[in-house]
Ligand binder design. Structure first.
Ligand code: PGA
Length: 230
C-alpha cells in the first residue's frame, strides 16, 4: 500500500544545493513524497515540473498581525504549500512551543486547507522512566475531539532524532498502536528518527505504520530516492 515519505531538510542547503538535489532525485511512483525545505527554497520545489508536494517545517499559530519573522497558514496556502509539520521537537525545544501552541497551528492550517502533520514523541528520560505513554497521551489529547478526516501524526522519539539510535520495530509498533487506538476514528502515523536507506525497508514492514519522516538522510538525493522508493 502507498506510504507517505517526507523529507525534512531542516536548516540546510542553498539555491545551488536544491537545484542539483532536484536534478539527481528520481520520484518514485508507489509512494506519496513530501518535501520540506526552508521557506526560502520552496520555489525550487514548487516550480519543478513533476508537481512535487511541498511541506512547510512549521507555521505561525497566529493568523495575521505584528508577529515579526512568522509565516501564516494563509500565506503558505497562497503559494501552493499543501502540508505542514507542526510540533517538531526541535521547534518545541528551541522556540518553547507548547501543546496548546501546536494545536493552534493545527487549527490555522485546517482553516487554510493545509494538511497538518503533528509531531509527537517522548524524550529519553520519559522513555527510560517508562512514562512515555502518559507523555504521548498529553500531546494527543488536544486532537481527541477533532474532525475525523486527515489526521496525521509523526511519532518521533526525541532520543532517536539525529542520533543514529533506532527503537526496536516492536517498540515502534507498540507506540503506533497506542496512538491509533487513542482515537475512535482512522488516523495515519509516520515514524521519524534516524531513518536511512539501510533501515527504511525494515521500518516500512511494520504493519501499522503509514510512512516515514526523514531528516539527515534526505540531504543526499540518491539516498532519499532509495528511501522514498522503498
Ligand atoms: P533524522 O531527523 O532523520 O535526522 O533523525 C528526523 C526529524 O527530525 O524529522
Amino acid at each position: 500500500m502507498s506510504k507517505i515519505i517526507a523529507a525534512n531538510f531542516k536548516m540546510h542547503g542553498d539555491v545551488d544545493f536544491y537545484s542539483s538535489w532536484l536534478k539527481k532525485f528520481e520520484l518514485p511512483k508507489q509512494n506519496t513524497v513530501l518535501f520540506a525545505p526552508p521557506y526560502l527554497y520552496f520555489d525550487c520545489f514548487l516550480k519543478d515540473e513533476r508537481n512535487l508536494l511541498v511541506m512547510s517545517q512549521d507555521v505561525s499559530d497566529e493568523e495575521i498581525g505584528p508577529f515579526t519573522s512568522q509565516i501564516s497558514a494563509k500565506m503558505l496556502n497562497e503559494i501552493g504549500v499543501e502540508f505542514s509539520l507542526i510540533g517538531h521537537s526541535e521547534t518545541r525545544d528551541k522556540m518553547g512551543f507548547t501543546n496548546k501552541n501546536v494545536f493552534q497551528k493545527f487549527l490555522s492550517l485546517r482553516a487554510n486547507r493545509i494538511t497538518p502533520i503533528i509531531c509527537v514523541g517522548e524524550s529519553k528520560d520519559y522513555r527510560d522512566g517508562g512514562k512515555h505513554f502518559g507523555f504521548l497521551e498529553e500531546q494527543l489529547s488536544f486532537y481527541k475531539a477533532e474532525s475525523k478526516t486527515g489526521l496525521i501524526f509523526a511519532y518521533e522519539p526525541v532520543w532517536s532524532i539525529g542520533t543514529g539510535i533506532l527503537p526496536k520495530s516492536s517498540e515502534i509498533f507498540e507506540v503506533v498502536e497506542f496512538i491509533k487506538s487513542y482515537f475512535d476514528f482512522k488516523i495515519k502515523v509516520l515514524y521519524g528518527g534516524s531513518v536511512n536507506a539501510s533501515n527504511a525497508k525494515d521500518l516500512l514492514r511494520i504493519k501499522n505504520l503509514d510512512g516515514l519522516l526523514v531528516g539527515g538522510a534526505s540531504l543526499k538525493a540518491e539516498e532519499f530516492a532509495m528511501i522514498a522508493g522503498s
